[in-house]
Write a protein that binds this ligand. Structure first.
Ligand SMILES: NC(=O)C1=CN([C@@H]2O[C@H](COP(=O)(O)OP(=O)(O)OC[C@H]3O[C@@H](n4cnc5c(N)ncnc54)[C@H](OP(=O)(O)O)[C@@H]3O)[C@@H](O)[C@H]2O)C=CC1
Ligand SMILES: O=C(CO)COP(=O)(O)O
Length: 362
């Protein structure tokens, strides 16, 4: 009897192991759409774990260069591709044969990417993205956009957190979050990245993760402006803290979990991008604070600056939810209404006196 139970237990364990392996195998090969800094770094992270990973970029010449040199010299020069990473040029064939698609293009190209994959992708292939931002013009969350374009059958996930592409590509210690309403998919996806240098957490709160990853870019512009004006460490810390209060208000109004905003995709990413000059959003703010016009600052940075696109949409969502986001509002005024950054700081400082915390009402 005991032997029979032992055999049954062994069989159960083998089954669990086989399920885990086959579940992971279902996600393989992974096709990464977008051969920019972040798409390439994520593709390299998966491939370093031995996962078969295909990288596709829209520029054929760039793809050919990557195939020959085995690096992405345009975005991450000097870091060799792992063996399990291949650059593909036939995106339709790759979409038909992959086990999972990871989209890593700027938010302005997100819908276009979904529309490209929709007619070719198998009915239930999981789709994830590392794009941070909202849909241009409508301010829709990318999760909602993906659901409406792809329908109900594809498991969806969002990758977000404090993670500069160059550091991930250089294999420096990093942690980020994978959010999905489908817990199994979240675990599988996290498993593709997890390594001794990359710690990946999972959550179901897709809303909170998207809000944190979007608004922090706008706040990083504000921190850059303040530092560019020479306002110092106190002002930066105040912007980060009061910026966090704005993120929390929006998250609460939209129904996200407050706890998420205190995690990697919230405060973690906010601190990273507001304080480190690798952030392109912070770089834009610094250039404006140091006296460049917005147009010249955009040209000077010359890279993807998601906060510039998100600012207006975040403000739109705040107005719809009837909440105050004074820092985001001033960033919008500087970016789109020609406000002098010094006047905007004054406007923030001159706001009516407020309580940080009020006693609970019995
Ligand atoms: N870089 C980072 O450290 C991190 C970035 N992110 C987020 O990832 C997203 C992508 O950023 P990142 O990789 O840095 O940006 P990059 O500017 O480095 O690269 C963008 C990539 O998207 C491609 N692209 C642009 N438009 C289209 C389109 N219409 N169709 C297909 N591909 C297109 C570009 O192609 P081409 O080269 O031909 O222009 C390029 O390969 C952003 O939302 C960003 O916020 C998130 C975390 C970290
Ligand atoms: O989102 C990022 C790191 O988590 C990258 O920030 P930037 O887009 O400001 O460079």
């Amino acid at each position: 009897m005991r032997d029979k139970l032992k055999k049954q237990e062994q069989k159960r364990r083998i089954n669990i192991q086989e399920t885990a392996v086959s579940e992971q195998a279902n996600l393989l090969p992974t096709l990464v759409l977008g051969a920019g800094a972040w798409g390439t770094a994520l593709a390299m992270a998966m491939a370093r774990n031995g996962h078969e990973t295909w990288l596709w970029g829209r520029d054929k010449l760039h793809c050919a260069e990557m195939q020959t040199s085995r690096e992405n010299a345009k975005y991450l020069p000097g870091i060799a591709f792992p063996d399990a990473l291949s650059v593909v040029d036939d995106v339709h064939k790759a979409l038909q044969n992959c086990g999972h698609v990871l989209i890593s293009v700027p938010s302005k190209a997100f819908v276009e990417s979904l529309q490209m994959i929709k007619p070719v992708l198998a009915a239930t292939t999981p789709v994830s993205w590392a794009t941070k931002g909202l849909a241009p013009d409508t301010g829709e969350l990318l999760y909602d956009v993906a659901r409406s374009v792809l329908g109900e059958n594809h498991p969806l996930a969002v990758i977000s957190g404090p993670s500069f592409a160059a550091e991930v590509a250089a294999n420096l210690p990093t942690a980020f979050t994978v959010a999905s309403e489908d817990g199994d998919f979240a675990k599988q996806l996290a498993g593709l990245f997890h390594s001794p240098t990359l710690r990946v957490y999972t959550t179901y709160d897709v809303l909170g993760v998207q809000i944190g990853g979007t608004v922090k870019n706008v706040l990083a512009i504000s921190a850059g402006i303040s530092d560019g004006l020479g306002y110092g460490a106190n002002a930066r810390a105040a912007l980060i803290t009061r910026g966090m209060a704005e993120i929390r208000r929006l998250a609460a109004a939209l129904g996200a979990e407050t706890e998420t905003l205190f995690g990697l995709s919230g405060i973690g990413d906010l601190i990273l991008t507001c304080t480190d000059d690798q952030s392109r959003n912070r770089q834009l703010g610094l250039a404006i604070g140091r006296g460049l016009s917005v147009d010249d600052a955009v040209k000077f940075v010359g890279k993807t600056v998601e906060g510039m696109h998100a600012a207006r949409e975040v403000m739109l969502r705040a107005r719809q939810a009837d909440i105050e986001m004074p820092i985001v509002e001033q960033v919008c005024k500087i970016l789109f209404e020609g406000y002098d950054p010094r006047e905007s700081v004054q406007a923030l400082l001159c706001r009516e006196q407020k309580a940080e915390l009020t006693p609970p009402v019995n």
